[in-house]
Design a protein around this ligand. Sequence first.
Ligand code: SAT
Ligand code: MN
Length: 596
Amino acid sequence: MELTNNKFVLDFVKKYADLMQPDQIVWIDGSKKQLNELTKEALSTGEVYKCNSKLLPGCLYHRTAVNDVARVEGRTFICTSTKEMAGPTNNWMAPAEAYAKLDAIASGCMKGRTMYVIPYSMCKIGSPFAKYGIELTDSIYVVLNMAIMTRVDKKVLDKIVEGDFVRGIHSKVQLDAENRYICQFPEDNTIYSLNSGYGGNVLLGKKCFALRIASYQAWKEGWMAEHMLILGVQKPNGEIKYITAAFPSACGKTNLAMLIPPECYTAKGYKVFTVGDDIAWLRKGRGGQLYAVNPENGFFGVAPGTNAKSNPNALASTQKGTIFTNVVYNPKDKTVWWEGLDKNPPKNVLDWKGNKWSGGMVDEEGKIIKGAHPNSRFTAPAKNCPCLSSEFENKKGVPISAIIFGGRRAKAAPLVYEARDWKHGVFIGSIMASETTAAATGAVGVVRHDPMAMIPFCGYNMADYFQHWLDMGKKCKNRPKIFNVNWFRTDENGNFMWPGFGDNMRVLDWILERCEDAVDAVETPIGYMPKPEDINLEGLNMTTDDLKKILDCDKKVWLAEAADIENFYATKFGDTLPKELYAELKKLKKNLRKRS
Ligand code: SAT
Ligand code: MN
């Protein structure tokens, strides 16, 4: 039964029902009852499997098609009226061409299937940050995931004013990789995704809406949509300071967002609270400060490597009401497993492809066969998280003291450095580079430029996006300070030089002290760096000399880096790049020469 009289919504549903020809249309109201019925149906068809109701109550297991395990950046398009609007970092298709192409693929694709109509909100319904969407899909897995990741609720339909909602069209079609398309139409508030069943391609509230479409909306409306976690650090005096941090996919955002400080901090009363692990929407608020909300309602985290030591909060979040995708499944006791969960991989179970698998199995060349896909995921409700911030539902967001950029860099980037000012901070964000991960299809471990970790997610011309960052700085008189971190420096033998995880608290501590002007820094050609003695190493098996090695700024390496940035700027953006960023690059080169 239709749940609204809104003509714009009804016309949208009818248009795609006429095209895709589902046998029936089911409106999702967000109720437990309906979700339970859909779960039962998905269990009966094998779309999902049940998990152990004692050990993992309410949890489900799912496998995607083997050719459909990550985002497909090569098949993701920004469909704006001109190519220039999409800019040099996006694939572009003209809207008319894209609609025609996708309509042809979608024609009749839901015959014999049900079309689900999902009304959902990004952010708490009624928040000044909130944006509403409707996703059409033929996948119960998508409905169940959306119900965890967003606020799926029939009440959303009453909030939608006329045609002001993001239209999401998804069909698995035949899961044909050759005809897989993830198209965003920012000028039409529309997302059209065909032939995939993998998270980032089909949970349209996430990357497609909350980043690609929202970044465009934010540009037009004067706010920001960023690929950032949000965390709060509570100090012994009870005061809580909030930080956002942008890292590319699968670089530890979830781990940082949920970190447990080392003993020497917890003993003093420090605590970390999670507001978000992937996406932040930021607006200017009271006192000219930036305020951030997490528009999502759950975590779509990378499973491998998550364990009771690396991220106990994430692990706890997955113990009920969670959907596991592409991990190992034990059909006997209905438990799940992934590499790095513990040292006891199960025997005689099923791997992420559904093949018989036992821990320790090797291929003909003697290489270990992994049981879980490296980009296997858990979809966990935020409310499960033991360290979820009490401000998670705050409609106005939390005030941000510091913004951190970071990537996965074996060399070059030091453990931490601070921007001299906002403009320099935007420059630092724009020169971010990181080794690629399994979160997207393609080679893993190749360094690529990924400004603000937004390369796969910026819904418009990135030169305009940089300008928007510069403008937001001018608009907010009480700006956050900007930092860069790198947890992934390696030594000559390829070993990580910094312990990471909970010990990253030591770096956050320095960052917050800088925000309060409570500690000095050393001016270097690339920005302000900590004096080694100002990073607290208490309880760590590490000396100040070890630390110096990860805090160094090797001029030769940085001159090469500067040349690489110059090349990136020139070949990608040419004279469309804001002049301020070229000026910052010039300053960097001058600083490096001056002091060498
Ligand atoms: O894009 S996903 O939502 O699948 C996860 C990621 O790449 O960050
Ligand atoms: Mn992400």
